[in-house]
Write a protein that binds this ligand. Structure first.
Ligand code: G3P
Length: 216
């Protein structure tokens, strides 16, 4: 399973890219706004750090405007995935961009029906938001299971990118289900790397070593 970073923070992207496990980055208008960043400048900076797909989201709500923005974004770097909202206008834009071989990430997916339509339009990946479904007492990971199964039934090439990840458990379940990608906020990556027993075990190894090191 690929791991993307879900942030527009440059220091975090540099830090976690150095761990060697970051396959791509997802941003959205809220994440860019949180950083007070310029979309073009920040997207180019991110694309210089990470080789894999970098998602940058369109602002237009009409298909024609989305396609125009996509043409601009894809000039910024060779590895841009144009993030398109899951609307009927978004589907029209994805169909056009797919024919032009421009990679797309259909975002704000909350149902199997939406995921099927996005795949039929030719989306490169879809982003179901699992945390936001959990927030309204629905089962986000059950949706991932349904999409993975349905795409496999019909050999759709569209990838499943698990988004709105709120806990390591979401990442564990995404891997067990067989999702293609999980996009993970920095805090969750920190939670994934550490384990109380690893820390405890390492402390004990070093203490034991200290007691014999002069005899080596
Ligand atoms: O990738 C989508 C993600 O940024 C949304 O996460 O936590 O705002 O629902 P959240």
């Amino acid at each position: 399973m690929k791991i993307f970073l879900d942030t527009a923070n440059i220091e975090d992207i540099k830090k976690y890219a150095a761990w060697g496990i970051v396959d791509g980055v997802t941003t959205n208008p809220s994440l860019i706004a949180k950083e007070g960043a310029n979309l073009e400048k920040r997207t180019k900076e991110i694309a210089e750090i990470v080789d894999g797909p970098i998602s940058a989201e369109v602002i237009s709500t009409e298909a024609e405007g989305m396609v125009k923005e996509a043409h601009v974004y894809t000039k910024w770097a060779p590895n841009i995935y144009v993030k398109i909202p899951m609307t009927s206008e978004g589907l029209k834009a994805v169909k056009v961009l797919s024919a032009e071989k421009i990679s797309t990430n259909v975002t704000l997916v909350f149902s199997l029906g939406q995921a099927l339509l996005a795949a039929k339009a030719g989306a490169t990946v879809v982003s179901p938001f699992v945390g936001r479904l959990d927030d309204i007492s629905q089962d986000g990971m059950a949706l991932i299971e349904e999409i993975v199964q349905a795409y496999s039934n019909y050999d759709f090439e569209t990838g499943v990118l698990v988004a709105s990840v709120r806990s390591p458990r979401h990442v564990h379940e995404a891997a067990i289900i067989g999702a293609d990608i999980a996009t993970v906020p920095p805090k969750i990556l920190e939670d994934l790397v550490s384990h109380e027993l690893t820390n405890k075990g390492l402390k004990k190894f070093l203490e034991d070593w200290d007691s014999v090191k002069n005899k080596q």
